[in-house]
Design a protein around this ligand. Structure first.
Ligand SMILES: [Zn+2]
Length: 157
């Protein structure tokens, strides 16, 4: 049975988008599909503004996740295979996150600029919800963007 056969404009929320029912293929897909959308198609249409758009999109999603602890954030990052996450700095005013094997850029030939604003936004939004403080995040090192060994995201609270 089709749950909503009437054509409509229902807003697609996080929970709905993350509901996957693919009996044969499962909930995994090729990273290339996401990268082609984020790095090739979006940049082709929006140009360098894609970075800012990706950050705002990530931040809104990070807030919408409604997480209550850093452990929950690490668990989400793990379930999405976003990368291998380390948090070497965790203070009241500054958090530094290192992403190894980053889903967005790991393995690419460096292009001379950071690329993982979407991930930075997700972390910023989630930390904002968890701490109740406004956040600003910036990617300082980038594997596929700048040739570093991890994507380093600084979150200022
Ligand atoms: Zn990166």
């Amino acid at each position: 049975m089709i749950p909503n056969p009437v054509p409509g404009n229902d807003r697609i929320d996080v929970k709905n988008a993350m509901s996957v029912d693919r009996p044969t293929l499962g909930d995994q897909s090729a990273i290339a599909l996401y990268r082609l959308l984020r790095l090739v198609a979006l940049e082709d249409i929006i140009g360098r503004g894609a970075a800012g758009t990706a950050y705002v999109a990530g931040k809104k999603l990070g807030v919408a996740l409604g997480l209550t602890s850093l452990d929950a954030l690490l668990s989400v990052c793990n379930s999405l295979s976003l990368g291998i996450i380390k948090v070497p700095v965790l203070t009241e005013s500054r958090i530094y996150v290192e992403v190894y094997e980053c889903v967005t850029c790991s393995g690419m030939r460096p292009v001379g600029r950071t690329l993982c604003q979407f991930e930075a936004g997700i972390v910023a939004g989630a930390v904002q919800t968890i701490t109740g403080k406004s956040t600003r995040a910036k990617e300082l090192t980038c594997i596929g963007g700048l040739g570093h060994d991890n994507c380093g995201i600084e979150i200022l609270l």
